[in-house]
Design a protein around this ligand. Sequence first.
Ligand code: AMP
Ligand code: GLY
Length: 445
Amino acid sequence: MKILIVGHGGREHALLWKLRRDAPGASFFATRPNPGMAALATPVDLAPNDLEGLATWADGEGITLTIVGPEVPLAQGIGDVFRKRGIPLFGPSAAAARIESSKAFAKQLMERAGVPSAAHRTFTKWPEAEAYLKDQGAPIVVKASGLAAGKGAVVCGTEAEALSAAREMLAEAAFGDAGREIVIEEFMEGEEISVFGITDGRHVSLLLPSQDHKRAGEGDTGPNTGGMGAYAPVPGVDATMLDEVREQVFLPVLEALENSAAPFRGLLYAGLMLTPEGPRVVEFNARFGDPETQVVLPLMDEPLLELLVAVARGGSIEGVDDPVFTGRVALNTVLTSGGYPGSYEKGKEIHIPQGLVTPRSMPGNPRPGPDETGDPDDGLLIFHAGTRRNEAGRTVTAGGRVLSVVGFGADVAEARERSLAAARAIDFEGKTFRPDIGRRAVGSL
Ligand code: AMP
Ligand code: GLY
């Protein structure tokens, strides 16, 4: 079996790590892999959004399964390009990926399907948005409708903030095309959870719920980011609640997509707010979440690969139970470059103390070395994201989110302690992280 991973962040490193465990004998390839991924896969020097180039390469190489991590190639139609050529790919068509790439489309779909979500209005003209915001007042949420790397939603505590966010998007094009259309939504309160569903378009197998931490600052303050950390499972989210989410959110939305001639095959991610009236949708994504994948997949107690293969080949997963998880807790502290989500410097050398990760090579790992990832049984996994190897052979920073440091334990407190100890021990200039990942689960930290 030959497997290609498209993308090179922490999520893709975790996917590669999991699939290597599932299929130690398979050959793995990855587009422009970070050094952590390069220890586990053969590099392919093609950009994730070079759709035709990737399809031609995958065809020539005889790739049996392609898995797409990031949203941009999905929104651009990588699923369509591969399927047209008959190459199995795990990920939805561009039409189905609109559930993520157009918040306005997602909202319409939810309304049609009767899926609970925040009340909203869509705008393309600043004067109309301005009048609506003045009428509604705060708190309120202003969102760019298009893709904005997790940074396009502004939760506004005051009317002035809301007006300035909407003005920047519509009148000043702060998010470029992504903000030409905006969605203004009712502010919802409650705990947020992320639920991943692997779906063949009609049936869905739900993975372990997790909780992301989107705000940049301690105590959930500051701007939204791509995600500063996550943990799983989320206390209190039991099988009954998960069934409710399946019945009230996943199945109706999948049916609505199929009825719009856009059946969704791949991973559907529901970001949910647990409100007193029940779970309500904050957003959908058309792919695995980052940084949640880094905690969910290592806790899976059975293979992921078979499910992905079945969906990619166009098969049915009817009757497949939700996967079993270990019962342990995983907590991911993301180390970021100083300044993220704003501008930041790159090229800072990363020091991972010797002995922090036991160089215990995983089955089938062709190239164990300095970027060894660790092992959940030793309590720690390190996934690379924005890293690269420089000319001198050193691992240096190359992006906003640099490393995912995942601790494991019997409970959130233990997993957190392990993650934090490693987050503190790893060093690079400008290193920033939130020391309070899991705060809502462990009480006031
Ligand atoms: P989104 O890009 O839509 O996922 O939004 C990013 C983050 O903004 C979410 O994870 C929430 O924390 C927050 N958010 C988005 N929509 C709402 C809402 N209607 N009410 C409260 N918070 C929201
Ligand atoms: N964790 C949020 C996302 O992947 O979009």
